[in-house]
Design a protein around this ligand. Structure first.
Ligand code: GTP
Ligand code: MG
Ligand code: ZN
Length: 313
């Protein structure tokens, strides 16, 4: 039996990177039990597997090793099926932009909350900084960067096109397995190409009729970053753009714990089961009123709380 890293999944085939050979295309043993019946994919990129070589040069996966962590979403807020985006991640880089297609803080916060819940460190990369033609957008990016840094998330203002900020990105990701996630068209693949010249990932063009991305990347894939700059291996995970991030398995009580700035004041709420909506003696409401907690983050908290309380959750 050999051990390997799943670097790509398409249909029922899994491409596995294993020491000393070219990547091997594998299938899953027929009677492999699905881990969670609600999950559409039993094996995700980043999984470590044990497989056996077959006579025809393909492999047969016998076992998926326990995951250190993973990140999972619903296709839409109402969808019942969940999808594991990737497993065994050291860092989630949320690729956002105030250029087009613009990323909302609601989207960023859903990803951040999920990363907190699954114990995955997260950072925000504001890409397409070269496109911020007017001062208003620049000020907005500056303010958002300040906001997220103030609650302990690394934020970089970058451009995959001009290369600005990419040295800082390299510092941030060196030696890690990094998942890049964000809307279609924000420049995830362009960023990976810029970080690893020669990767040659397909990059989309923006369809001007909708100003939305075109879903150029269609499946998640891991690329080892082979450069002398890093003492440890670095793995970059490109993923298809997502429209909305449907969160999985949260309950209303724990949600505020995944907002670091709320977590800090929670012990001061009068009621232990405070939802921070309207309860008297709520320390979160007080902090919002004082400007210690951002009104926008609080608004996103309320919106996520509504999702969490919906019947599908
Ligand atoms: N001006 C500018 N354009 C960029 C930048 N980064 C990416 N782009 C452009 O944005 C478009 C979309 O880039 P992609 O890399 O395909 O976006 P993606 O996030 O991988 O999109 P999906 O694969 O659909 O999820 C392309 O036309 C890129 O050339 C940037 O920093 N500045
Ligand atoms: Mg892409
Ligand atoms: Zn409260």
């Amino acid at each position: 039996m050999r051990e390997g890293l799943v670097i790509r999944t398409t249909g029922s085939w899994y491409r596995v990177l294993s020491a000393g050979t070219e990547p091997i295309d594998c299938r899953l043993r027929g009677n492999y039990r699905l881990r969670g019946s609600k999950q559409t994919n039993p094996v995700a990129v980043g999984d470590r597997v044990l497989f056996e070589m077959q006579a025809d040069g393909t492999g047969l996966i016998h076992e998926v090793q326990d995951r250190r962590n993973y990140i999972v979403r619903r296709a839409t807020k109402l969808s019942k099926q969940t999808h594991v985006i990737a497993a065994n991640i050291d860092l989630l880089c949320i690729v956002a932009t105030l250029g087009l297609p613009r990323t909302s803080t609601g989207f960023i916060d859903r990803l951040l909350v999920t990363a907190e819940a699954y114990h995955i460190p997260a950072a925000i990369l504001f890409n397409k900084s070269d496109l911020l033609a007017n001062d208003e957008l620049r000020a907005m990016q500056h303010d958002l960067s300040h906001l997220y840094r103030s609650i302990s998330y690394p934020v970089l203002e970058i451009s995959a096109l001009t290369g600005s900020g990419l040295d800082e990105v390299k510092q941030l990701i060196g030696g890690k397995t990094v998942l890049f996630s964000g809307h279609s068209g924000v420049g995830k693949s362009a960023l990976l190409n810029a970080l690893s010249p020669g990767l040659g990932l397909k990059v989309g063009s923006l369809s001007d009729w909708s100003l939305k991305g075109r879903h150029t990347t269609t499946f998640a894939e891991i690329f080892p970053l082979l450069t002398a700059h890093y003492p440890l291996p670095t793995y970059l995970i490109d993923t298809p753009g997502i429209k909305e991030f449907g969160m999985v398995d949260f309950n209303r009580q724990e949600l505020s714990h995944f907002f670091p700035e709320m977590r800090a004041v929670l012990p001061e709420c009068h009621f232990a089961n405070c939802t921070h909506r309207h309860e008297p003696g709520c320390a979160v409401l007080q902090a919002v009123a004082d400007g210690r907690i951002s009104a926008e983050r609080y608004h996103n908290y309320l919106s996520i709380l509504e999702d969490v309380e919906s019947p599908t959750n």
